[in-house]
Design a protein. Structure first.
Ligand SMILES: *[C@@H]1O[C@H](CO)[C@@H](O)[C@H](O)[C@H]1NC(C)=O
Ligand SMILES: *[C@@H]1O[C@H](CO)[C@@H](O)[C@H](O)[C@H]1NC(C)=O
Ligand SMILES: *[C@@H]1O[C@H](CO)[C@@H](O)[C@H](O)[C@H]1NC(C)=O
Ligand SMILES: *[C@@H]1O[C@H](CO)[C@@H](O)[C@H](O)[C@H]1NC(C)=O
Ligand SMILES: *[C@@H]1O[C@H](CO)[C@@H](O)[C@H](O)[C@H]1NC(C)=O
Ligand SMILES: *[C@@H]1O[C@H](CO)[C@@H](O)[C@H](O)[C@H]1NC(C)=O
Length: 519
């Protein structure tokens, strides 16, 4: 009996064990096998090796499964050899900003100062040419020339596949919903400063007009977290009431997970409980009481410490876990960036070893069913026992103990974590399959700045410093035309373009780091 006469379901089982090169070679052996691979082999490969990328999604919609598989395999290989193109996405801004970045299947939007800048994702007919990212334009959100209002948070809002709706928050406490009115791509347009057309609506402010430090969203739910710790959950359809709680800490970052068996919101703060998980109940009610406290190490085992007496620290960055991990791609995995320079990964499914006493002085609580009888203006001290989780993995760049400002997951083989640090525009990468060894790289131009926001996709990394957004592209076919053009003058904006074969890339400083053990 020959291989090609095996039943198709047996052939598919064989295909599932093969990599891209094996499948290509096998497809050339005979007509029958070729058509079986064309029909089943490539799509089953993509199913078993998912790679998440918004910036490639427009292009991938037009590609054959085989083309996508080859593109992904080439990108994975480039990650293994740390081969990438480094590009600033714009000239340096005037002044220093604390920018925020958000990505949708159609565009990357950067909020810096009182401007937003939009970069649109394009198609590419052939995978030998990298799908382009073009500058769509910018818009000012300043209302009074003499009153600057810096953008503090930005998130994309579900809008039925139009991918053009965002919530945006400002230092002065204002929150707006904005719609980008997409303009037709115009090749003859100068790349300098096309104006974005936007429509704006004012949203209700947080209590005491406290400014929003972090916005996160999933499906039709938006979570806003103010700097003083007010957290508000809103359904974008505005049909159900909003829910607000007060976490009573200087707050930095939030993360929303609705696909988890118990939906939750996680909050990163500067406090003795720097990372807490709050369940979201049926009907979109956010619990004021955390279901778990995530901390740095085993603390005061044997007794029940008060939450207020735990060691104090801060969490500035939160993200989901990498899809391809030894512990699976569960939404119960949380990646966090800490003040002490460590990236800590938690698995909420792992039972906690210790607990602490946590005191609330607010009522009524959605946890107590008899709360209707409570007088809302009376405060009752209630003590709860809350489990403390310790990390399943800690990652560190041992040459840099700078605070971690931002984290993201994805990258090569869908198994990487990226962390933006507080100084020297350093971004650190780890492949969690070999977490003891990582590598770090400075942004093009070596800006003396934090990396405020990072987004990791399968083949691309986007980051932003105080002066500009930048990209590292690990995919094949990147040319000078893939990204917005910059003046080709050596030393311009402190940039050093590579000479010779690959002018699409700029010089960046990098180094590897390893720790003797995982702790
Ligand atoms: C806006 O940001 C700039 C740069 O960080 C800062 O100098 C300025 O004071 C900020 N303005 C306001 C109103 O917060
Ligand atoms: C928005 O994103 C979705 C999901 O990728 C896509 O199907 C849709 O075409 C996008 N819409 C626009 C207007 O590009
Ligand atoms: C493209 O841009 C040029 C220069 O700004 C303008 O004259 C032209 O009308 C634009 N074309 C379209 C289709 O918008
Ligand atoms: C935030 O908290 C600080 C310190 O407790 C306080 O001074 C400030 O007024 C608060 N701001 C708002 C808007 O509540
Ligand atoms: C948001 O509201 C809509 C309309 O009432 C509802 O269908 C949807 O389930 C709500 N979303 C969540 C996550 O509760
Ligand atoms: C609730 O408590 C406040 C202050 O203690 C009091 O003035 C008010 O009358 C109480 N209301 C009810 C309904 O018991």
């Amino acid at each position: 009996m020959s291989f090609s006469s095996l039943p198709v379901d047996v052939l598919i089982l064989v295909f599932e064990s093969l990599n891209v090169d094996d499948l290509s070679s096998l497809a050339q052996t005979c007509r029958v096998v070729h058509s079986a691979i064309t029909e089943f082999g490539w799509s089953s490969y993509l199913y078993l090796h998912p790679r998440q990328s918004y910036s490639l999604s427009a292009a991938k919609r037009g590609w054959q499964p085989r083309t996508i598989a080859r593109y992904d395999a080439k990108s994975d290989l480039s990650w293994d050899t740390q081969a990438f193109i480094a590009r600033p996405l714009s000239r340096t801004w005037s002044g220093k900003h604390q920018p925020v970045v958000v990505i949708t299947p159609s565009r990357l939007v950067v909020g810096a100062g009182n401007h937003i800048y939009s970069y649109a994702f394009g198609h590419a007919r052939y995978a030998s040419v990298a799908p382009p990212v073009s500058f769509e334009g910018s818009a000012s959100l300043q209302d009074h020339p003499e009153r600057p209002r810096n953008i503090t948070a930005l998130v994309s809002i579900e809008d039925g596949d139009k991918n053009c709706t965002f919530d945006i928050a400002f230092q002065d406490g204002a929150i707006e919903r904005i719609y980008l009115n997409p303009s037709r791509p115009n090749a003859s347009r100068l790349p300098s400063t096309p104006e974005l057309s936007i429509t704006r609506y004012r949203l209700p402010e947080m209590p005491a007009s406290d400014f929003v430090e972090s916005l996160s969203s999933q499906a039709d739910i938006v979570l806003a977290l103010s700097s003083n710790g007010s957290a508000r959950l809103t359904n974008t359809s505005f049909t159900s009431p909003t829910h607000e709680i007060d976490i009573r800490s200087r707050s930095w970052t939030s993360y929303l997970s609705l696909s988890s068996s118990t939906p939750y919101a996680a909050f990163g703060t500067a406090s003795t409980t720097p990372l807490t998980v709050h369940p979201i109940f049926e009907g979109g009610e956010l619990s004021p009481l955390p279901s778990a406290i995530l901390h740095s190490k085993k603390m005061l085992a044997g007794e029940l410490p008060l939450a207020d007496k735990l060691p104090s620290s801060a969490v500035y960055g939160l993200s989901k876990g990498p899809p391809n991990a030894q512990w699976g791609s569960s939404p119960q995995i949380l990646v966090s960036g800490w003040y002490d320079g460590k990236v800590r990964v938690y698995d909420l499914r792992v039972p906690s070893i210790t607990s602490c006493r946590y005191t609330t002085n607010r009522a009524p609580s959605p946890l107590s069913p008899n709360s209707e009888t409570t007088n809302a203006s009376t405060t009752i001290n209630q003590t709860h026992i809350i489990p403390i989780h310790t990390p399943i993995l800690s990652l560190v760049d041992r040459w840099s103990y700078e605070p971690i400002y931002s984290v993201s997951s994805g990258g090569g083989s869908a198994s990487h974590i990226a962390a933006g640090t507080a100084r020297h525009s350093v971004v650190s990468f780890w492949d969690i399959r070999k977490p003891a060894t990582g590598w770090s790289v400075h942004a093009p131009g070596n800006d003396p700045s934090p990396v405020y926001s990072v987004i990791l996709e399968s083949s691309r990394f986007f980051g932003v410093t105080q002066s500009r957004p930048f990209v590292y592209d690990f995919g094949p076919g990147v040319s000078l035309d893939t990204y917005p053009s910059l003046p080709l003058i050596r030393g311009f904006d402190n940039l050093k373009q590579k000479k010779g074969t690959n002018q699409a890339t700029y010089h960046v400083l990098r180094y590897t780091h390893s720790t003797s053990g995982i702790y």
